[in-house]
Design a protein around this ligand. Structure first.
Ligand code: ADP
Length: 325
């Protein structure tokens, strides 16, 4: 919202304050001048008193002017701050509406592309089935490639659609028992975890958080499945899920730690941007959208997400989320 400009009642007080300083100085000078004459007048005394009077008046004027210039400067700076804040709010609103436009665009594009992709996928499958006998091995390979690319495109569109959905509809918030939620997620991810022989540990007692169970689940699921996906082949593959409750904080810090391939430092921030992937020796497929969805969900819930990692030494993803009161 753009702040309303308000008239400044303090400004008048400041001018009055400068005048007050002038008059106090003047009063002090006159009192001194008057006191000096007590006990008779001589030529020397009269000269000295006139000098006091002149200097006193000069001093009072300077003090008044000095105070006035300081106050004016303060007024100017306050006006500047007000102006800049106004500009900043305007730019913020502009940025928000541009972001909204981009998200609407992504939503429309991904939504409209979904139907033709599904259709291509369907017809390619039928073609493969029906022309199986008559196709040359090379032609079959082309068809397989078409199908693999269509599958990838479909995954990309579904991810984009999901990205644009986050925040579009207000999610219902509730108290979420994170222990139960993580157990459900681990059951879903069991094939991926068992295939790589990964030991999963949950350290600390899981807290109760506040938010959408679906969105919180999406965040945790993304981080845990990435930990398994980018595990590589260490001697003892391990994923640790933990919670840190800092005293006095309304947010809980949740971490997912793995001893997988790790991420080079220069990609620590980039990987949270849409379509950004970090290079590694693995040939894992992906769209580079997952972590941008994670970031969007976490930030919409007032939290932060970041990673600590070293190439070849595993990664720890952290995010903060509101605790249930
Ligand atoms: P995707 O997995 O589809 O590529 P994400 O947005 O989930 O997309 O991840 C972005 C990139 O971050 C991945 O391509 C990978 O390079 C890196 N990354 C994410 N999680 C991990 C992890 N636990 N260990 C190593 N690299 C990771």
């Amino acid at each position: 919202m753009v702040p309303q400009k308000t008239s400044n009642p303090e400004k008048k007080n400041r001018i009055n304050f400068s005048i007050l300083i002038f008059f106090v100085g003047l009063l002090f000078t006159v009192t001194l001048w008057d006191a000096y004459f007590n006990g008779g007048r001589t030529f020397e005394k009269e000269l000295a008193s006139n000098l006091i009077l002149a200097m006193g008046i000069l001093f009072s004027i300077s003090a008044g002017l000095f105070s006035w210039s300081i106050e004016s400067r303060r007024d100017y700076l306050e006006r500047e701050v007000e102006k800049r804040t106004h500009e900043l709010h305007f730019k913020n609103n502009e940025l928000e509406s541009k972001n909204q436009e981009i998200e609407n665009f992504i939503h429309i594009i991904s939504h409209d592309l979904k139907a033709p992709i599904v259709s291509i996928q369907g017809f390619a499958t039928i073609l493969k089935e029906e022309a199986k006998q008559s196709l040359q091995p090379g032609q079959m390979e082309y068809l397989d490639r078409i199908m693999a690319n269509v599958k990838r495109m479909n995954a990309l569109i579904l991810d984009l659609l999901e990205f644009s959905r986050v925040g579009r509809i207000e999610d219902e918030k509730e108290k979420v028992d994170v222990g139960g939620l993580i157990n459900d997620l681990l059951a879903e991810l069991r094939p991926q975890i068992e295939k790589k022989n990964i030991k999963v540990t949950i350290s600390e007692k899981a807290p109760t958080l506040f938010g959408s169970r679906k969105r919180l689940g999406q965040v945790a699921s993304n981080l845990i499945s990435n930990a398994a996906k980018y595990m590589g082949a260490p001697a003892n593959p391990e994923i640790e899920i933990g919670f840190v409750n800092e005293p006095g904080s309304a947010l809980c810090k949740i971490f997912v730690k793995d001893n997988g391939v790790g991420i080079k430092k220069e990609f620590h921030e980039k990987i949270f941007q849409i379509f950004q992937r970090a290079p590694n020796t693995l040939k894992e497929e992906g769209t580079g959208v997952g972590l941008s969805i994670v970031k969007k969900i976490v930030e919409l819930n007032g939290g932060k997400v970041w990673v600590e990692s070293e190439e070849g030494k595993g990664s720890t993803f952290y995010f903060t989320w509101p605790l249930a009161s």
